[in-house]
Design a protein around this ligand. Structure first.
Ligand code: GLP
Length: 277
């Protein structure tokens, strides 16, 4: 594990490989993810935290709310930037990611509303909205810790297949796989076919990435992203280029990984992981 020095803003040691941690079930995987975020907030109370949505993150946010209520985890100076938002959905639409964030995290912790940021999917000029978002991330000092899920299409954020590895925040068309995956949140009505997403390049500029993947439906894409070639067809594979990326998976999502036993050995052996075992 390479220790990140949040205060100095640099890695304390030269980074090693991607850190892959296999937890026995979804509950433990989500708890560890939340614990890593909580520890980062405690080390740097002004943390700039990149956030993700989706079913995977619901439990993580539940744990963070619990840490706030029971262990006084303080979000008062934390600044957040979400990865994406659907084009055309206003904040008050229950299917928007702004609504999701309010429901699952923001209203349960002491974060200042003005410190929470998502792209505005209703902006009349989407290009300038994307540029504004990129600039806001930059002027806030850049993302310290980026939380990520992975879609079945291999996307991080909404960086669908073909997303350039150096792409920036932009409006994009969702892939058929993603539309099939996320349609459940829209019931009978058609879901938006476009979304604003931060780019793969934007994500790679975060100081640390933390990806969580759960369940057997993610096993194939997790194996491609972590052990396959780096390709714009699987945006999550770009994380192999990141100097400090931690990936937490449950047994089901780890099912297709070839080097599972080695990853387990690293987690059991490295002294820096002791507090998380
Ligand atoms: C969504 C979001 C991603 C998320 C992914 C996984 O569409 N845009 O940021 O990580 O897809 O979703 P889930 O956790 O529901 O599988």
């Amino acid at each position: 594990m390479c220790a990140w020095d949040w205060q100095a803003g640099k890695n304390a040691v030269v980074c090693g490989p991607m850190e892959i941690i296999i937890q026995e079930n979804a509950e433990r995987a989500a708890r560890m993810t939340a614990k890593l975020i909580a520890d980062a907030v405690r080390e740097k109370p002004t943390l700039v935290l990149g956030l993700a949505t989706g079913g995977t993150m619901e439990k993580v946010y539940e744990f963070l709310a619990e840490f706030h209520a029971k262990d006084s985890l303080d979000f008062s100076r934390v600044v957040t930037f979400n990865l994406d938002e659907y084009v055309g959905l206003p904040a008050e639409d229950p299917r928007s990611y702004r609504y999701y964030m309010e429901e699952h995290l923001f209203r349960h912790v002491n974060i200042k509303p003005e410190n929470t940021h998502l792209p505005d999917g209703t902006a009349s000029d989407l290009k300038s909205e994307c540029q504004r978002y990129e600039e806001l991330i930059k002027s806030s000092g850049g993302v310290d810790l980026q939380l990520l899920g992975v879609g079945r299409s291999g996307h991080i954020g909404f960086n669908e297949p073909l997303s350039a590895l150096r792409s920036r925040t932009r409006a994009t068309t969702l892939s058929p796989v993603t539309i099939e995956q996320n349609q459940i949140y829209f019931g009978e009505s058609a879901m938006p076919s476009r979304a604003i997403t931060v780019g793969v390049g934007t994500i790679l500029e975060s100081r640390r990435c933390l990806m969580l993947a759960l369940g057997k439906q993610k096993a194939a894409v997790v194996a491609k992203a972590l052990e396959g070639p780096i390709s714009s067809m699987i945006s999550a594979s770009a994380l192999q280029l990141h100097p400090h990326c931690t990936v937490i998976v449950d047994e089901e999502a780890a099912a297709d990984l070839k080097e599972k036993e080695y990853y387990r050995l690293i987690f059991k052996t490295e002294p820096d992981w002791e507090a998380y075992r």
